[in-house]
Design a protein around this ligand. Sequence first.
Ligand SMILES: [Zn+2]
Length: 248
Amino acid sequence: MPLGTKGNMSYPFPRLQNDGIFQLVNAPEFKGKINPEIISSMKKLRQVCAGAKLDDELFLMLCRPETREQLRAAVINHYFAEEIRASVLECGNVNIKAYEYSQKLLKINEKANPYESDTLNNKVRDQGFRKAIVALYDHRCAMCGIRMLTPEGHTVVEAAHVKTWSESHDDSPTNGMSLCRLCHWSFDEGLMSVSKNYEVMVSKRVSIEKNFPGHVLTLSDRGIFKPEDKAFWPGQGNLEWHRSKKFL
Ligand SMILES: [Zn+2]
């Protein structure tokens, strides 16, 4: 993409058809040929396109780890300038490892700390923790309940550690909550916390100085939004730590 432009997969996706990578499959209600020129957003792409069909031979290559690696190298060497090939490859590796880490976090329910998290690259750990937590809360902020997603999949929420990572080195889901940017900041600053009964606590400090905390005040004593499976709810020990060490 040219500098200063934000890309999304709606640009390359229809164009890969012309490169013989796959065949586009029309959305049920769309008739006619899909013209890549008219697809400028994910919304538009979804309207006309149900997906893509890989050719059988290519599909088999993707199923085997060795040929998949060869294919990855061939695509990167063909489509990317030499000076950025290494970072594209690294980006892909981080994505794969982060996904694997998130799956591991979601499998182990109890607080267990042999997650090898200390040996992982920070990018892998951050992304993996984020993927797991955001999925558990279905993109919803645990404290204010807001859920906003763009068609490109950008989400308003982030994954927050209840007991800070520097103190706990613990990425268990029971040490995480999905929070929107405002709630995340307020939680980390100690302006908000969560009670024993999983209710939002708002510090009196939000109203000092010339603050206008607005809707934050209305969240006080409201139940937080929790994952469906109780095993993933924020752990009482971690919440207790936040109330006693961070909450103002
Ligand atoms: Zn929020």
